[in-house]
Design a binder for this molecule. Sequence first.
Ligand code: PGA
Length: 249
Amino acid sequence: MTNKILFIANWKMFGDLNSVKSIQSVINLSKKKNYKNAKIIYCPPYTLLNNFVIKTRKTNLDVGAQNCHYEINNGPFTGSISSTMIKKLGAKYVIIGHSENRSNGETNNLINKKIHSAILNNLNVIFCIGENLFEKKNKKTNKILKKQIGMGLKKIKKIDKIIFAYEPVWSIGTGKVLKNKELIKQVIIIKNIIENKFKNQKAKIIYGGSVNNQNINNLKQINEINGFLIGGASQNSKKFIDIIKKTIN
Ligand code: PGA
């Protein structure tokens, strides 16, 4: 993994064959000398993974999936994709534990099994953690984060394969973002949890939740984070480029 600033585009359930072309302008930007420090990773829906892998060949961009099954071998799991399939396709990353999947019944235990499978396949894991509004209001944030990290990464040794994506659930798609001061405080708490558990001080932490081309000027000032997981604003190349430009310049 790199020490660059991460811009991870989570396209969720958006995009069709036509949208593959739209990333050309992002590829062009990534080739410019000034942007060598930006690591851009696209996570499109499964239906476009292969197209994105082909489109980003011989570029600095990488591709990731948005989830995977915990079983590494083929099996009777209708509708699922294994980390082995993702790896064989040429993608290098996988998002695991996104709150939109947690809210559909993905437990910390299941997430842990998925992470084991991804790491067995040598994929980098974008591991999503974050509290919901109820938990925040009840001052349970730190307890929840500790539990998500502890259970999600149980018996995981290759901690350098994990990118921690802190995404407060109430911030996703809502336009609401923590004030920098509070976000820094929260990220430091996450760093401490990781350090205590894994004796690792170099863990990469990114922020996600309503990142856009307006609030990026503010968010980029946070030295404690290594980049961003961007949903809505990443599906529009103009806005995505704007975010990258404002961060780097
Ligand atoms: P958002 O999504 O940027 O649209 O809030 C972020 C995410 O869910 O990863």
